[in-house]
Write a protein that binds this ligand. Sequence first.
Ligand code: ATP
Ligand code: MG
Length: 182
Amino acid sequence: MLQDSKYLDWNNSFEKIEKAFEAGLFVIIIGPKGTGKTTLVREFAKRKSVNLDSINFSLRTRESHLVGTKTLENGTVGFIEGLLVKSMKEGNMLYLDEINSAEADVLLRLDEALDDRRQIVLKESTGETIQAKEGWFVIATINPLSHVGTKELPPQILSRFPVRIRLEYPPEDIEHIVNDTV
Ligand SMILES: Nc1ncnc2c1ncn2[C@@H]1O[C@H](COP(=O)(O)OP(=O)(O)OP(=O)(O)O)[C@@H](O)[C@H]1O
Ligand SMILES: [Mg+2]
């Protein structure tokens, strides 16, 4: 990883995310490996000084990672909050990396949180409804040519992300600039 490298916004993605952020609309970034999806998300969080919670999805990601896990200690029932719930409560920025690697049951819980009400019911604990704090913002990425386990994202989930940004490999002349600046 190169240090102190500058983010080069060669196709104006930053401004698109900023508009979505201000309008409270969630964003999905679509692009093959190494096109700068993660870099863009991190750069945005940094410039906006918002806390970033990140989940990298795989087939092994369970609902409990997102929502939480019930615990039992000395006869007392507790609950360890998952990152989705934490992020909603704190009104952070949530980064759902490679969301199209998630299993159907996981996507179902995400769908619950991402709809217009921005709520999730903690059926695994008290049944309480968590309402996202004002300003909660979600950015997902998908990698269309990815590895084994990548699925088509169901249209239902895709519809939760009305702002879509496509990243491709930059034109050659711009790649020179990137290489020269790092
Ligand atoms: N616009 C950019 N400006 C500066 N550096 C960039 C840009 N795009 C990509 N890079 C650099 O290219 C490398 C790959 O970028 P990054 O990891 O963000 O890609 P990605 O799309 O998230 O890839 P993956 O699908 O594998 O997760 C990083 O080292 C990053 O610093
Ligand atoms: Mg990435």
